[in-house]
Design a protein around this ligand. Structure first.
Ligand code: MG
Length: 391
């Protein structure tokens, strides 16, 4: 089923195992039992599902981060159980592990990222908050522990692939593609009336609710631009975004001579997940291949920054640096939660984030606690701004 001559199975810790990234990662493991051994699973609140996963994958340990853990009698014999955010950190740094996949949603993932990098692990990173909110802290943790960071997100996995082997002085610009989400082509006036249900209906990708809304506002792409800056050490001027509704091209590298390299693949997250878990090898059992006979047109257009201001807000926060991206991210989380709960309109999301950023004074975070404090301020301020907007 697989090749590449790897003699030993990679031992994986999966944080966020019951989420969208985690379940797709387990599907990759299921397809490659000769390549991957799951040594730990962590879920937030989906206790029944993580118990089911424990019976299938027989890890050494599980963690339930935000709910009461299952009774030991429900689990296979010998499975250790840990709890809370401390449990996530414990698993991220556990000894018998080669790769930590951080697919946790939200800021709670940052502590796990820092722990894995300080322990010198290879970190397959799907948790956006780690690089967006915790950029300066994560940079320091990489330097201290020597851990390796491999991006799981499709655009960043694609970017790493097109950047591979290219000398830095021959790189002109990296371009991330955006699907444009369900509301591509709508005007600001039309966006004012869109519903939660419409925003959750993504045309090409199957993802969790938060990231699907972020994809509809283009905040997701804005966060990805900040991540690309952190991952690849490119300036914001060197990172572009182009809308590509078919989601087949994931990243494009423009070289100084005008040549451009694109990474292409089906819009199935299992492909970048498998790439990240196997890195630097490749698995030879793809989830699918592009069928050139039926692929049809690939189109590209520039994003409408007037209807979708999130991209510009993210770039501004990225350029401001320090804790500004953390504030952007937390403000967006807060506003998206309000939108999902029916507490504000679609356009209130970027508006509230913009108002929060305008009130923020940038400082340089030195620890996870500093990031958490900036985040708490941003949440509070965003709630106030939303309340003021709704009247
Ligand atoms: Mg993405």
């Amino acid at each position: 089923m697989s090749g590449n001559g790897a003699a030993t199975r990679r031992r994986l810790v999966l944080l966020g195992s019951t989420g969208s990234i985690g379940t797709q990662a387990l599907d990759v493991c299921r397809r490659h039992p000769d390549r991957f051994e799951v040594v730990a699973l962590a879920a937030a609140t989906s206790v029944d599902e993580v118990v089911r996963q424990a019976w299938e994958f027989r890890p050494q340990a599980i963690c339930v981060a935000a709910a009461p853990p299952p009774p030991a009698a429900d689990l296979p014999p010998g499975v250790a159980v840990c709890t809370g955010a401390e449990g996530l950190v414990e698993l991220a740094a556990m000894q018998d592990c080669d790769v930590v996949l951080n697919g946790v949603v939200g800021m709670v993932g940052l502590r796990a990222t820092v722990a894995a990098l300080e322990a010198g692990r290879t970190l397959a990173l799907a948790n956006k908050e780690s690089l967006v909110a915790g950029g300066p802290v994560v940079r320091a943790a990489r330097e201290r522990g020597g851990g390796r960071l491999v991006p799981v997100d499709s655009e960043h996995a694609a970017s790493a692939q097109v950047l591979r082997g290219e000398p830095r002085d021959e790189i002109a610009r990296l371009v991330l593609t955006a699907s444009g989400g369900p509301f591509r082509g709508l005007t600001r006036a039309e966006l004012a009336a869109v519903t939660v249900e419409q925003a959750l209906h993504h045309p090409t990708w199957s993802m969790g609710a938060k990231i699907t809304i972020d994809s509809a506002t283009l905040f997701n792409k804005g966060l990805e631009v900040i991540e690309a800056h952190e991952l690849f050490d490119l300036s914001y001027d060197q990172i572009g975004v182009v809308v590509h509704p078919q989601s087949i091209v994931h990243a494009i590298l423009e070289l100084v001579d005008g040549s451009a390299k694109a990474q292409m693949g089906l819009p199935d997250m299992r492909q970048p997940i498998a790439w990240a878990l196997a890195y630097p090898d490749r698995l030879d059992d793809p989830v699918g291949r592009i069928d050139w006979a039926t692929l049809g047109d690939l189109t590209f257009e520039l994003p409408d920054t007037d209807a979708f201001p999130a991209l510009g807000l993210a770039r501004a926060a990225g350029r401001a640096g320090g804790d500004a991206p953390a504030v952007l991210n937390a403000a967006n989380e807060e506003a998206v939660a309000a939108f999902l709960a029916g507490g504000c309109g679609f356009l209130d999301v970027p508006a509230a984030v913009e108002e929060t950023l305008a009130r923020h004074e940038v400082s340089e975070p030195c620890s996870v606690d500093d990031v958490v404090a900036a985040e708490a301020w941003a949440r509070e301020t965003t709630r106030e701004r939303l309340a003021a907007r709704i009247g």
